[in-house]
Design a protein around this ligand. Structure first.
Ligand SMILES: [Zn+2]
Ligand SMILES: [Zn+2]
Length: 451
């Protein structure tokens, strides 16, 4: 590979260093006149070539060499695939980091938990706020997703407005935060959008992702017909789902116990910021004895079969506080992230072997899961509002990106390009064009190396 160096003054560039052709380690760079703006700096959940627990991060060496020209990093939301590498890689970049109060609290908690003692230059911004990052006039617009304070980043450039969607869905009744506000995106469209860089996760699934309130109602009905102890697994960061589970448990007279360190980290932040004001405090495994088994719901990490997470350890009889009890109902309020099929199948077999009933979304008539990402109709709806001149689908495998591309073309967008990690793409002037490549790849590390 010859490294691209021929950046034209006044042209607008986009370089993804992660998050294209894959799920995870999102990192986008926007560049104009020698000023770079980074959006998200995440980790990956999974790599076949590395043992569980390995940190898989984007190779940032290219931008590190130009860090004086890096005006700042904007974080769209507090999911690990968008924020997870900040603590480890920031000392190599040392640029201002812009994040909402929820994401900022998450970063501080992570620094503290990992004993990382450096002064992160963290600037809190509320959803809806505008601010300057170098020459770029930016705004983080609120959007619904499975974690509070998720945002779409709007970047005004000399060539026009960029909307970097981050992760999103259109939820009418989320369990945390407000419903989405169509007028925001409609107004962006009326003001004119040059480029939308958009979430492809569910672009290959027709219809809509559904509202979180339907999951709460589904779980409430499901719990009402389950006689024994209930374990539910979902992503620890799914603050909205955890609230739905807690409300379904309360409606059935059951106490909620949290099992897993990351669940506690997220729930502390959610409670501090008022997102859990209307649900009871959670118990830890130590308090379990105080309640009859059939009056409890244990929320566990490990929905993707991660062997070091609570659910796997419970299934294998290796959890220090929670043993598997024959008859337990284990509810997967989650989906299979592509690549994790084998691990999840193995975990579910272990659970069945320990005489636990495994309940996945496909097994019951109730809605017990909804995705935090937009399905095809929602993607089309967004393009109808934004009316972007250009679209680049990101956040997904190439097949997901191409499904998103098809939707954009159906919505009348003619300038669509499916980017790949490391490509240098000229956004303007002229049509979206791959003009070259810069070094990119994976950096794998053990968390201890950073302690
Ligand atoms: Zn994501
Ligand atoms: Zn997300």
């Amino acid at each position: 590979m010859t490294e691209f160096t021929d950046f034209q003054p006044d042209a607008l560039y986009y370089i993804p260093l992660g998050g294209c052709g894959e799920f995870g380690k999102n990192l986008s760079l926007y560049g104009w006149n020698g000023h770079w703006l980074m959006v998200d700096l995440g980790i990956s959940f999974h790599s076949e070539n590395h043992p569980p627990g390995t940190l898989i991060m984007p190779d940032i060496s290219w931008i590190e060499k130009r860090r004086k020209a890096l005006a700042g990093l904007i974080i769209t939301h507090a999911h690990e695939d968008h924020i997870g590498a900040v603590c480890y890689l920031w000392p190599r970049l040392r640029c201002p980091v812009y994040a909402t109060p929820f994401a900022a609290a998450f970063l501080r908690a992570k620094l503290r938990d990992n004993n990382m003692d450096y002064d992160l230059e963290l600037i809190e911004i509320n959803p809806g706020e505008t601010f300057y990052v170098g020459p770029y006039h930016c705004r983080v617009a609120p959007i619904t997703h499975s974690i509070p304070e998720s945002t779409m980043v709007e970047i005004k450039t000399n060539h026009g407005r960029i909307v970097h969607t981050g992760d999103w869905k259109l939820d009418h009744v989320p369990s945390v935060g407000d419903a989405y506000d169509a007028s925001i995106y409609d107004e962006m469209g009326r003001d004119g959008v040059l480029l939308a860089v958009s979430d492809s996760t569910n672009a290959n699934i027709p219809g809509r992702s559904g509202d979180e309130i339907d999951v709460e109602e589904g779980l409430t009905r499901l719990f009402s017909r389950l006689p024994h102890r209930i374990l539910v697994t979902c992503f620890a960061s799914n603050v909205g789902r955890i609230k739905s589970i807690a409300r379904a448990a309360a409606a059935n007279g059951r106490r909620v116990i949290l099992a897993g360190r990351s669940l506690w980290r997220f729930s502390h932040i959610a409670r501090d910021l008022g997102y859990y004001d209307d649900i009871e405090k959670f118990d830890g495994p130590k308090e379990m004895r105080r309640h009859a088994r059939k009056q409890t719901v244990i929320i566990c990490t490990g929905s993707q079969g991660e062997t070091n997470a609570a659910l796997s350890r419970i299934a294998m009889g290796q959890h220090p506080k929670i043993s598997p009890i024959p008859g337990d109902h284990v509810v997967f309020s989650s989906r299979i992230i592509p690549g994790n099929e084998e691990e999840i199948a193995l975990l579910q077999d272990q659970l069945r072997h320990a005489a636990q009933e495994v309940i996945t979304p496909a097994d019951v008539p109730e809605t017990i899961y909804s995705s935090g990402h937009p399905c095809a109709d929602e993607v089309a709806q967004l393009y109808t509002w934004l009316k972007p001149q250009k679209v680049m689908p990101v956040h997904g495998t190439t097949a997901h990106q191409q499904a998103n591309e098809e939707i954009a073309r159906r919505c009348g967008v003619s300038d669509v390009l499916v980017p790949a990690n490391g490509q240098v793409i000229r956004v303007a002037p002229g049509p979206l064009t791959v003009v070259g490549e810069v070094p990119h790849g994976i950096v794998a590390a053990q968390p201890e190396e950073y302690a």
